[in-house]
Design a protein around this ligand. Structure first.
Ligand SMILES: [Zn+2]
Ligand SMILES: [Zn+2]
Length: 422
């Protein structure tokens, strides 16, 4: 068979993406040097002074309008095109984390007890590269691009602090995107509509105090434990299986979807006139999570303790060690479209849909931006298994295949350009 597409026909849509890739290639070495510099000089949440100063200088050097000191060391670069066009934001987190095990290697952390082992040095570098590439393609942009550099992600404060400090008075994005390094191979990005990580909530079931207290507690604990629909000793609990081709999150039949789990340490709090049974619930999607209080209410209503029930609520008022937190909740149509856009430009194996929600307690405070602006949070592959590089965030041996910087700058610059012009 001959070629299906006549290679002679120029494709204007792809020429801009070719230009993006060419420009990324020319700045790639400088981006690697920037990433290594960030890596050598990590700063924890609230202390990202040096990092923010570098970002500000780099963006100003590109000629962007820059706003700094937003919610701490937050920085925003604004690339203005047609004021009537769409406004698209990209967010990178910039903080490192406290980590006691020292690092070795040529660009090891020079700050005791602080390391970039969540890859935010890579995220920051990618966003700087995107700024550079998109400035270079300014003539092709029919709208506005915002590059948001967020401090304090690890302590889950930075996004809320930037919003509280008036971020959305300064800028008004129509859509907002972000990515996080993950153990997938470099060259691959992935996402899914809805929750990418399981959500966690504290549920409080309170009853009037009475003679039957012990049996009410036992009954309620039993109801809670019956909500869990995964075996306590099964494959679900081994996070190695998240990447498994047959049961992992990339397979439509993954075991990591449609689940509810209940933590074992169910607690009981006694107050003056009430007793409250408290548990931690985790669910793979919002609908499931939202349905649980009503489900319990119905079962209690059918029991002999119906009249003793006071209330069932999600709240973290009693124990403060596990505050409720925002959860990544990707916009359905935008996420499907974004994956199609990237894989349409860079090939079917560049961007893939996921089907399961990751259950090991991870999260990202990009969730708070998503409560304001629709968009997508991607996982960006950073591993190179042949070279023994596994980009598992928060692990001692965290390493990154720096080629993922190129992938990130290319894929996400192309995506932002397509969204602005959409
Ligand atoms: Zn982290
Ligand atoms: Zn992180």
């Amino acid at each position: 068979m001959g070629p299906l597409v006549n290679a002679q026909t120029p494709n204007p849509a792809s020429s801009v993406h070719k230009a993006i890739q060419n420009h990324t290639n020319t700045i790639f070495d400088s981006l690697v040097a920037i990433r290594r510099d960030f890596h050598k000089h990590p700063e924890t949440g609230g202390h990202e002074k040096r990092t923010a100063e570098f970002i500000e200088g780099y963006l100003k050097g590109l000629g962007l309008e820059v706003k700094s000191g937003i919610g701490g060391y937050g920085v925003v670069g604004i690339l203005k095109g047609n004021p009537n066009g769409k406004k698209i934001a990209w967010r990178a987190d910039i903080d490192a984390m406290p980590w006691d095990t020292p690092e070795t290697g040529e660009f090891a952390s020079t700050t005791d007890g602080v390391r970039h082992i969540c890859g935010h040095d890579v995220h920051t570098t990618i966003a700087l590269g995107m700024a550079n590439v998109l400035v270079n393609q300014k003539e092709q942009l029919n709208g506005t691009v915002y590059l948001i550099f967020q401090p304090s992600e690890e302590n889950y404060h930075g996004a809320q602090d930037m919003i509280a400090d008036g971020l959305f008075d300064l800028i008004s994005p129509d859509e907002m995107y972000a990515a996080h390094i993950s153990p997938m191979p470099a060259g691959l990005v992935a996402s899914k509509p809805g929750y990418l990580y399981a959500d966690y909530k504290q549920i409080n079931i309170s009853f009037e105090q009475n003679q039957e207290q012990d049996s009410i507690i036992a009954f309620t604990k039993d109801l809670l434990l019956k909500l869990q629909n995964v075996a306590p000793d099964g494959k679900f609990w081994d996070t190695q299986n998240l990447m498994d081709p047959n049961i992992g999150i990339g397979n439509p039949n993954t075991i990591f979807k449609d689940y509810t789990t209940i933590s074992n340490n169910i607690k009981v709090e006694e107050e003056d006139k009430s007793i409250t049974v408290i548990a931690f619930v985790s669910a793979s999607n919002k609908k499931r999570m939202d349905s649980i209080p009503e489900l319990l209410r119905q079962q209690i209503a059918k029991s002999k303790y119906a009249d003793d029930l006071i209330d069932i609520i999600y709240a973290s008022k009693i124990f403060t060690y596990s505050p409720e937190r925002g959860n990544i909740d990707n916009d359905g149509p935008l996420t499907t479209e974004a994956i199609e856009t990237i894989s349409g430009i860079y090939g079917a194996s560049s961007a893939i849909p996921l089907y399961g929600a990751i259950p090991d307690g991870r999260g990202d405070d990009f969730a708070y931006f998503q409560q304001e602006i629709p968009g997508t949070y991607f996982l960006l592959g950073g591993s190179n298994f042949e070279k023994g590089i596994i980009a598992m965030p928060h692990s001692d041996s965290f390493k990154v295949d720096e080629n993922c910087i190129k992938t990130g700058v290319n894929y996400f610059s192309s995506l932002i350009l397509e969204r602005v012009n959409n």
